[in-house]
Structure formats: C-alpha cells, structure tokens
Write a protein that binds this ligand. Structure first.
Ligand SMILES: C=C(O[C@@H]1C=C(C(=O)O)C=C[C@H]1O)C(=O)O
Length: 205
C-alpha cells in the first residue's frame, strides 16, 4: 500500500485481526482501566501529560465520532510510565460540540488519569467495545508516539523502538450525556517487559 492510506489505520473489532504478539494480547483486550492494570504491574505508575489543546481530529477518528469529516476537538496526549519507562502513548479527543456539562472534569485533569477519575467510576459514562489496529510507521499516531518516546528522556531507551516496526493500538468510545470521548492507546514494546515482572503483579486477572 502507498499514499494517504498509510496514514489511515483499519480498526478491527477483534484483536486477532491485527496479528499482535501473543504476549501483548492481554494488554490489548483487557476491558478494565488500563491505568489500574499498569499500576498493578509496576512499583511506580505515573501519567505524564504532553499537551491538551484544541486541534482537528485525525482522519480515522472522524467516522468514530459521527463526523462526516475531521472536525474540531479538544485533544489530550499523555505518556503512561511504569517505573519511569513509557509503556503507552495515550491520545484522547472530545469534539468541541460536547459541553463542559458533558465532561465536567476533562479540562481540569492535569496529570490525573482519565481512567481513574472519570471513565470507570461515573455511572453516567457508557463505554463502547474496544477496537484494535496495527499502526504503520507513517500513521500520525505512530509518528507522535515515536516522537514522545524520543523526548521521554531517562527510562526510554532508543534501541527497542526501531523506525520500521509497527505499533499496536486500541481505542474505545465513551459517552457521557451528549458528549463523546474517544481514547486511543498506543502500546510501546516496553510494555512486554512488564508482563514478566510477576512478583510486582498485585491483582492480575
Ligand atoms: C482510559 C484510561 O485512562 C488512561 C488515561 C489517559 C489520560 O488521562 O489521558 C489516557 C489513556 C488511558 O489509558 C484507562 O485507565 O483505562
């Protein structure tokens, strides 16, 4: 495949469709909070906020948000770090049509994770099924994730994130009142090292 299609991922409803390494599978398919799961697999979990500002959503997010073409959103990007190593790049968008009443905490999250403050504790929040993709190196989220990794400083070694490798991602749509929120998580290969840290696992399923 060549051209613009490489900037668009195909999002699948089943994790099998993306051909991820077997060791990544439980990270992709676990339907609970990723923040909680990562905290259970590390001694020190930290969310690092990269930015939060108005932007245009990505081409492959428009349809998921019910938009005919990419529209204006509030965009939030974060690194989820376990024992200082970045393991997940998080990208979340809220269409500007959502009001502060729909997502009252979104603007004031700072470095508090969406997963533990809003998405799994508020009975008004409805969660859709997970979708999965393999991101080619040219996909905008793969490029942003690589850039974030390169800028992550100590804890992010360069040798396990080669330029050519595909990155695996999942996304899920949340709805509160009339407001949508689409959260995409891009997994760095470093997450696979966590799975072996069995002695740290506090409440693995
Ligand atoms: C969606 C969750 O929250 C995490 C928190 C994020 C944030 O605060 O920006 C982004 C991605 C997530 O993995 C979760 O814990 O499942």
């Amino acid at each position: 495949m060549r051209g613009p299609s490489l900037r668009l991922a195909r999002w699948h409803n089943h994790a099998n469709a993306v051909g991820a390494p077997p060791a990544l599978r439980h990270w992709l398919t676990d339907t609970g909070s990723l923040t909680v799961k990562l905290s259970a697999h590390s001694a020190a979990f930290r969310l690092q906020r990269l930015h939060q500002y108005p932007a245009t959503c990505l081409a492959d997010e428009a349809a998921a948000l019910g938009l005919a073409r990419p529209g204006r959103v509030q965009e939030r990007e974060v690194l989820l770090r376990c024992d200082n190593t970045p393991v997940v790049f998080g990208h979340s968008v809220v269409p500007v049509s959502a009001t502060a009443a729909d997502w009252p905490l979104f603007g004031a999250l700072g470095e508090r994770p969406l997963g533990t403050t809003v998405l799994f504790s508020d009975p008004l929040v409805a969660r859709s099924d997970l979708q999965f993709a393999r991101l080619q190196p040219s996909h905008p989220l793969a490029q942003r994730a690589r850039r974030a990794w390169a800028g992550a400083g100590a804890g992010a070694t360069q040798d396990d994130l080669s330029e050519q490798a595909v990155l695996f991602a999942r996304r899920r749509l949340y709805r509160r009142r009339h407001g949508l929120l689409l959260v995409t998580e891009v997994f760095f290969p470093s997450v696979l090292a966590l799975a072996q840290a069995g002695h740290l696992i506090k409440n693995d399923e």
